[in-house]
Design a binder for this molecule. Structure first.
Ligand code: PEP
Length: 250
């Protein structure tokens, strides 16, 4: 299995800043092999960044998507719009979408199914809040989010990746420990193996939550951690590149 190292820039970087980043970053990674790399700029930068990634090993990702092809959905972006720009991955159900924009599991499920239908590879984000962890509900939350998120996919679960992103670790500088990550990743692996009747070997389980160039080397050694979804540290091409190098050493 090839690990996936994915950058989520969130609502950062203008078009010119995105171009500047990609021009530097593609030089840095030009000899990197054996790993999948993805960057997800803002929607406004996708069209400018896309041609810069041609003939590179960097894949383009989107941070969100609506599940209908076209119509009266003001402010939304459709799968065919992403297809036209050679977008390969789409982040679905990020905790900021769930908690700030009120996305629920049934909407997330529709987006996952649409992404697969239109040939995009969704990264389904799941994870508990601090309160849920302290109440001992981590596995219940993760199980619910995955079961409802992938409903209708079951044996085709290999067409998606999953990111375990504990909400308390996102953008806080407090990452999960190797033990905490390992425990949840093992739970997720067993769960998707069960749901898919053993057809889960193409699904990578990424860890996300304050990953940086200093802790990546340790976290990637955790069992069932098959890549990262990186926010803050991915905004600096040098830091993101270092995270990739740490991963290659494993
Ligand atoms: C994220 O938003 O997916 C994320 C993991 O952010 P950060 O790396 O900043 O914690």
């Amino acid at each position: 299995m090839r690990y996936l190292i994915a950058a989520n820039w969130k609502m950062n970087k203008t078009v010119s800043e995105s171009i500047d980043y990609v021009e530097k970053f593609r030089e840095m990674v030009k000899d990197v092999e054996g790993i999948d790399i993805m960057i997800a700029p803002s929607f406004t930068a996708l069209a400018s960044v896309s041609p810069l990634l041609e003939k590179t090993s960097i894949n383009l990702g989107a941070q969100n998507m609506f599940y209908i092809e076209r119509g009266a959905y003001t402010g939304e972006i459709s799968p065919i719009m992403l297809n036209e720009l050679n977008v390969k991955y789409v982040i679905i159900g990020h905790s900021e979408r769930r908690h700030i924009f009120g996305e629920k599991d049934d909407l997330i499920n529709k987006k996952i199914l649409a992404a697969v239908e239109y040939g995009l590879r969704p990264i389904l984000c799941v994870g508990e809040t601090l309160e849920e962890r302290e109440l001992g509900k981590t596995m219940n939350v993760v199980e619910r989010q995955i079961k409802l998120g992938v409903a209708g996919l079951e044996r085709e679960i290999g067409l998606i990746d999953i990111a375990y992103e504990p909400v308390w670790a996102i953008g806080t500088g407090v990452n999960a420990t190797v033990e905490q990550a390992q425990e949840v990743h093992l739970f997720i692996r067993n769960l998707i193996n069960d749901i898919s009747k053993g057809n889960d070997s193409d699904t990578r389980i990424l860890y996300g939550g304050s990953v940086n160039e200093k802790n990546a080397g340790e976290l990637i050694k955790a069992k069932n951690v098959e890549g990262f979804l990186v926010g803050t540290a991915s905004l600096d091409p040098h830091k993101f590149y270092k995270i990739i190098l740490e991963t290659l050493e494993v």
